[in-house]
Design a protein around this ligand. Structure first.
Ligand SMILES: Cc1cc2nc3c(=O)[nH]c(=O)nc-3n(C[C@H](O)[C@H](O)[C@H](O)COP(=O)(O)OP(=O)(O)OC[C@H]3O[C@@H](n4cnc5c(N)ncnc54)[C@H](O)[C@@H]3O)c2cc1C
Length: 658
């Protein structure tokens, strides 16, 4: 069947009109030309493999069939790449499949927890078993009734002197472990977080290695009740599970004992510095941040390509307009491209800082810890929200076809829990706010603060300042934009503290004021801190770029990132009087100009991330622009509802009851 449109791909035309050489941008994203080549050939291997490659047919399958397919993929992936050993490739693996893949918990939580919290003997015993998949593990912290507040977990591990073992129990319904990834069907071991109890005294939640299923029969062990928690909004190729313990006995050696020890006589001792273990665990959040840039790039590649193929309504010449030529469509997509680059560059810096912090911690230097913790918590929250809400915006920008699973936006539901696990986003932002409040107090007390919050040093003076720029040209200056974001952070941190004090002056306790009176301002202060950090990192990276054309396009993105942040939450800058109405008007004009000037580069900016058609798993985002042909093909040939005989069977059943 032929299309009414011209068969020349509109994408090819767009690719020839970029203002910058895409080959000079690619290494900035992937690290080097050779790393980019490696990524391309890795994707090719997956796309050409009959088991691993994307098959639209699976989208319509039942949960059990999809889970089964995911298991086959895990086995095949293991044959080709080794699930456990090539962690880097494993990390990229999450970007290659439209559904959640096997192993995220075994490799991402179970193995690292043994490595971080186990002592030398424990690591020597358990790591080879886990790395060779002879035991398959998961990380069981969350309970039906408790998640964010880890200290309130109910599962108990009571030391029994006579048998030299811990007896694990779930004392109530709400103590049931819940949501635990890879527990429902797959795992035969868990790291379980349980309240350590010695002689009737609680020593807080500690990590225990608990076998839960027989290694041969895979049947639950004595005292264990385990299974899958049921269907979810997405994530249906993951067996999130529940787990209950009824007098389950494990040897004393199964308490992970790098930082806590329980002696044979039941004495508790802290050993070494727990902060070292914490420093290593920070890597998990750093990975979520790194992944955020890739997910957003995938959604944007689909959205931008589709918006260049999709036409709606005619222009004055009678020609149908590409949807990307509408200012309103640009406003949906192009600021997210700016965010994508901001997150990408920030994630590279955060990865480097996390590594440095880990090396420092090993030699007893914890000076970076607090600053990094605040950055990781805040960026995890802000960036995953950008991807999630931005992804939904891009989906809607694809109109009706965005709602088909053939669009690739099913991955949005797979991504959604990133806002919740590894620290619920609001709770994470409040950790950043706590750090900011502490630093403001340090400044008041005449103590030094790190450069991460250097902007607070003269806050008393700075808070009285106003923006002096008047002409439009001045607002194109990166330095003017930097100062606005800096002021926004100062003002919001100050305001949050004022709000806390206001609560206290109204007879609230400090805690009540935090929880019931100042929460909104506290979270805003954390977001402003992260925005400023992100801008500074982006600006530093752009300054290093040597190719002038690439630099020019990245500078426009940097400015758009800043202008957008200012305009989307203008309240503080307006209330403080730092910016006046005329200055806001100028900023709105600048935003419009930037959207226009970035329109022709949008495709190159998203394609530089190099995602293959197979990885995008999207009819709308096909690199050859053949959107309608692909939709037609998948609907006709990959859709079981249209298979011969199916409709007859269905209608027979319906008619029999009508
Ligand atoms: C797909 C998925 C996979 C998961 N995998 C695992 C796993 O493998 N292992 C595991 O142990 N857990 C896992 N979890 C659980 C996850 O870690 C928790 O759900 C998460 O930590 C959030 O905790 P919660 O559910 O208790 O949320 P809650 O803390 O109950 O949050 C509910 C609401 O209360 C608000 N809130 C809570 N406290 C505060 C506060 N102090 N101030 C203001 N607002 C507050 C939150 O912002 C949120 O809006 C998974 C969850 C999902 C969805």
């Amino acid at each position: 069947m032929s299309l009414k449109q011209s068969s020349i791909s509109p994408l090819e035309l767009e690719r020839s009109s970029l203002s910058f050489p895409i080959n000079e941008l690619i290494p900035l994203i992937h690290g080097s030309h050779s790393a980019a080549q490696e990524f391309i050939s890795y994707q090719k291997t997956i796309a050409e493999d009959p088991v691993l490659r994307f098959n639209p047919e699976m989208l319509g399958e039942s949960r059990v069939d999809r889970f089964n397919m995911m298991c086959k993929k895990a086995v095949r992936y293991n044959e080709l790449f080794d699930l456990n050993c090539e962690r880097k490739k494993q990390f990229r693996c999450v970007q290659q499949f439209p559904e959640v893949t096997f192993g995220g918990l075994h490799q991402g939580m179970f193995i690292p927890t043994i490595l971080n919290l186990g002592n030398e003997e424990q690591v020597a015993k358990w790591l080879p078993l886990a790395e060779s998949n002879r035991i398959l593990g998961c990380y069981a912290q969350t309970e039906l009734g408790h998640g964010s507040d880890v200290q309130s977990l109910e599962t108990e591990a009571v030391f029994d002197l006579k048998t030299d073992s811990f007896i694990i129990n779930s004392p109530s319904l709400s103590a049931t472990k819940w949501w635990i990834g890879e527990l429902g069907v797959v795992a035969n071991y868990t790291v379980t977080m349980a309240q350590l109890i010695l002689n009737g005294k609680k020593y807080g939640p500690q990590a225990f290695l608990v076998p839960i299923r027989d290694l041969n029969t895979h049947e639950p062990l004595l005292g264990i009740t385990v299974g899958d928690i049921g269907p979810k909004l997405g994530y249906n190729t993951k067996d999130n599970g529940f787990l209950r313990f009824n007098n389950v006995s494990i040897p004393r050696e199964n308490l992970l004992a790098r930082y806590v020890k329980v002696s044979k006589s039941g004495e508790f001792k802290r050993v070494g510095n727990e902060k070292i273990g914490y420093a290593t665990m920070m890597g998990v959040r750093a990975n979520i941040i790194l992944n955020a840039a890739s997910y957003l790039a995938k959604f944007l590649t689909i959205g931008v390509r589709y918006s260049l193929v999709r036409t709606q309504f005619k222009d004055e010449r009678g020609l149908e307009m590409k949807t990307l030529d509408y200012q309103l469509q640009q406003e949906k997509l192009i600021p997210l491209i700016a965010d994508n680059y901001a997150i990408l560059f920030a994630s590279k810096r955060i990865t480097a800082l996390t590594r440095k912090n880990m090396e420092n911690a090993k030699i007893g230097d914890f000076s970076l810890m607090q600053d990094l913790h605040a950055i990781l918590s805040g960026c995890k929250a802000v960036y995953t929200w950008i991807v999630l809400f931005g992804g939904e915006k891009i989906r809607q920008a694809c109109g009706g076809h965005g709602y088909s699973l053939y669009s690739g936006f099913g991955a949005l539901q797979e991504y959604a829990p990133n806002a919740t696990y590894e620290g619920e986003n609001t709770v994470m932002l409040l950790q950043t706010s706590r750090y900011l409040m502490k630093n403001l107090k340090k400044v008041d007390d005449g103590k030094t603060v790190s450069d991460f919050v250097g902007y607070l040093r003269d806050y008393n003076e700075e808070i009285k300042s106003i923006c002096l720029a008047k002409e439009e040209i001045e607002f194109h200056d990166q330095e003017v934009l930097r100062k606005i974001l800096r002021y926004d952070a100062i003002f919001k941190v100050f305001e949050a503290r004022q709000k806390l004090m206001d609560g206290v002056s109204k007879d609230l306790s400090g805690k009540d004021s935090w929880d019931k009176h100042a929460g909104i301002d506290l979270v805003e202060s954390a977001m402003a801190h992260i925005n400023y950090f992100t801008f500074l990192t982006f600006a530093d990276e752009v300054a290093k770029v040597s190719n002038e054309k690439v630099k020019a396009v990245l500078l426009r993105l940097l400015n758009l990132f800043a202008v957008n942040r200012i305009l989307e939450k203008p309240k503080g800058l307006f209330e403080s009087g730092y910016l006046n109405v005329e200055q806001f008007r100028i900023l709105r004009n600048i935003k419009n100009e930037l959207l226009k000037s970035l329109r022709n580069d949008a495709l190159g900016l998203v394609e530089a991330f190099l995602f293959s058609d197979n990885a995008l798993a999207s009819a709308l985002g096909q690199s050859d622009g053949k959107v309608y042909e692909t939709l037609w093909d998948w609907m006709k040939n990959k859709n079981k509802m249209n298979e011969p005989g199916v409709h007859k069977k269905l209608m027979k059943q319906l008619r029999s009851g009508l």
